[in-house]
Design a protein. Sequence first.
Length: 385
Amino acid sequence: MRPRGAGRAMAAENRLYLAAHPVAYPLMRLLARFGPVVRAPGLGVVVNDAATARAVLTDERFRKDGPGSPGDLWTPVLGPSVLLNMEGEGHTELRRKLAPLFAPAQVEALVADVLEVPLGELSARLARGEPVDLVDEMRLMAGAVICRLIGMREVSARDARSLFADGERVVSMVSLRSRRLSHRQVAVARRVLDRVGAIAAAAYDDGDESTVVGRMRALGLSAAEARGAAGAFFLTGTETVATFVPRLVALLDDAGVRVEGPEELDRAIEDALRVTTPTPVMLRSVAAPARVGRVRVRPGDRVVIVTHNCARAFGPFDPAAKHPPELRRLWFGAGPHFCVGYPLAMAEIRAVAGTLLALRPRVTRRKTARGVLIPTYEHLWITCG
């Protein structure tokens, strides 16, 4: 049975998307009405269907390093050899080297260590009935995890907030319509990434295997690979968790859903990820003649997978609903490009959400954020008791 407040929850989510992308979002949703696949002048071949999206993501003819792909955005900033813009044997080998770093036991231990103090302080404040801005708290916690991930052993609240703000500044330069960064934007992004790279390089040179970058060295990554990986994780990991947890709490509160136990928590997280769609659009460049659904494509064509449309086609927020295999975690990719940091993201989300939801939080005030890539709240005030 669908939650009674599902409509209210979805309306709040739609307002977040409209505030972030007042022009692109209505266009994105309009394109869903034209069928599973449509060629849109000026955009490319647009995919609105989960099964077709998965087929594209697992087909080597559709690449991340050609014209119109993520490579156009990030290669000028990160260089040509990071996971965000790689294909083929080089990509496979780098993933193989990085995989041990993201084993569930490894990331769960890292998250437990980094978040022990901030989560304990957050719980104490909520238990006393204090109002808390969950958005600000998530910036602190997500920033702390990223600081540790790129090689910092000791992380202060100031470090965490500063690094998160840097990542937010870079990511905010990208919109749903972006194809390339301007020269000015590339310069700004490089300045930020130089700071991240310097931290990673120092940790690599030190070789301390208690740090993630130190373990990269032990696993056989070169200094350049470790530095590039740190930059990629910084760009992709600063906002996903930070923006998602407040939206999860708001969705549950708006829909009137209470979570009891770890299984219900996992179902709530999975369906909230579907509804919020942390990667609303994915880009691929066509490298060889092919078909996307019924549409013929040729080399150089751009494929725009509107992951958000693929996910929203399966209805409003409902943690009890079951969805087909082709939809499963599509917002984290599929095939060889499935997000290597997925276990870390889930470890963070489960740690924070599990602690929060056990306290029965309720939303008291909220403000939507504008001019951001990932729709989110600027503030979400919660209280317990």
